[in-house]
Ligand binder design. Sequence first.
Ligand code: TEU
Ligand code: CA
Length: 544
Amino acid sequence: MTEDATPERLLAGELWWKAGVVYQVYPRSFQDTNGDGVGDLKGVTARLDYLAWLGVDAVWLSPVCRSPMADYGYDVSDYCDIDPLFGTLADFDVLVAEAHRRRLRVIMDFVPNHTSEEHPWFREARASRDNPKRDWYIWRDPAPDGGPPNNWISNFGGPAWTLDPATGQYYYHAFLREQPDLNWRNPEVRRAMLDVLRFWLDRGVDGFRVDVIWHLMKDESLRDNPVNPDYRPGEPEINSLVQLHSADQPEVMQVIAEMRAVLEEYDARVLIGEIYLPLERLVAYYGVDLSGAHLPFNFQLIQTPWHAESVARLIADYEAALPAGGWPNWVLGNHDQPRIAARVGDAQARVAAVLLLTLRGTPTLYYGDEIGLSRVPIPPERLRDPWEHNEPGRGRDPERTPMQWAPGPQAGFSTVEPWLPLDPQAQTRNVEVLRDDPASILTLHRRLIALRRDHPALSIGAYRAISASGDVLVYERLHGDEVVRVALNFGHEACHVPVPGEAAWEVMLSSAGGRRGEGSQDGRFALAGDEALMLIRRAPAANG
Ligand code: TEU
Ligand code: CA
């Protein structure tokens, strides 16, 4: 990163995804415009002004392609069409054009590991053993006892193999039986899927978030996975085996490099990979000489205990593990994980927002977190996620509920009862009520995003660890003369943050609102329980 790079210049250029903030929309739950209780593309378009107001730079849409919705769009039956529930290709084109008019980029979800069982490719594949598409999926004869070919388990619990009685073989599915895995060792599959990328790139999308990218290649001889000695009952069943042979195979790097090469045929597009792996494996997905994903999603904050010292260690480990030139990124939540407020509580959710938006690297913000949505209770009869049916308690519905826009019926999301219930606090926890409240969590997010845009130290600056002791984590972001010191109180007790004496520091932002411009007293700043502070060092007057 050159010294004269400004966030504005970066955002307009090839590397916009370094300085930018990504916002994830779960389209079913953003805005319904046709009164069926399910969000749609016209709804996303209708809310682009809100996203521009919030200040984010890119919108990642969870899947909107044609799908029978067994896994709510992560089971695609046509990669080159929009599901009628969400609208049409024409609606999509309008969304992209309207987003671009507002300088918002659009990132699509690409689901290459598996199709829907209703995809024409799979219908053909299962028609007969000698169908030309048979090898597009992963078929094996039964084991000698008639059971599945190996011991692999579905990520949603239960066996990962389903017998097709008509042809007498099993097919492999890392997720639902309705989601057969594609055979990425087949060159025709690769060609067809890379053409899908071109289809959307030609329509103007600015990049892809690639679903379960570390799963694409499996062990060629499909060896059994070893038993996980650390498995504790109560964890998802998938954890009972170590996923040694079913994912994260060396050959996947070549596939990712091929995807990346397709993006390189176009200007300024981004490749984001969804990867749940430990740090040392995760960073391999930047690829040899950075030929892999631009941003292998970093979910470590979701998996690390919420304590100052563990987060400090995580940041240090991640920074140290990054390959030279690899750009970091951070995620607090998504449509698969309990929301941040549900994990750490309402007060700490504000501290988390400051952390996410002041760390070095591209932040991804999950829709609804900016209004403080937490775990929304779902009555048993309204549970929708298929994972919940297989493994009760694992369901992801509580983090997929409708966005709340305004007081009144359905919180402005729809005119009818939505597909998932609203938060009981929807009348007060909504955009209209929070947007003008200077102390709201929404105002906090908007200010943090604006500060990132205004201060190169925050968007592209270096990171320097200062301290982590007790409940307080302190670090700095630096660029040129600019130094921003961030102090996060992970606990409920008030304390003080010292600042080096030789310069004048003042408060840039407090997560509690107010305090802007406040100076230090006796070389330190008071820090309340559950408060996060951003302090800026006033540069000595420039000479000339
Ligand atoms: O998720 C992949 C995935 O592995 C997670 O569901 C994972 O099991 C869990 O969150 C780890 O803690 C992706 C999509 O994001 C998810 O919505 C889909 O259901 C899944 O792939 C299948 O496409
Ligand atoms: Ca709708």
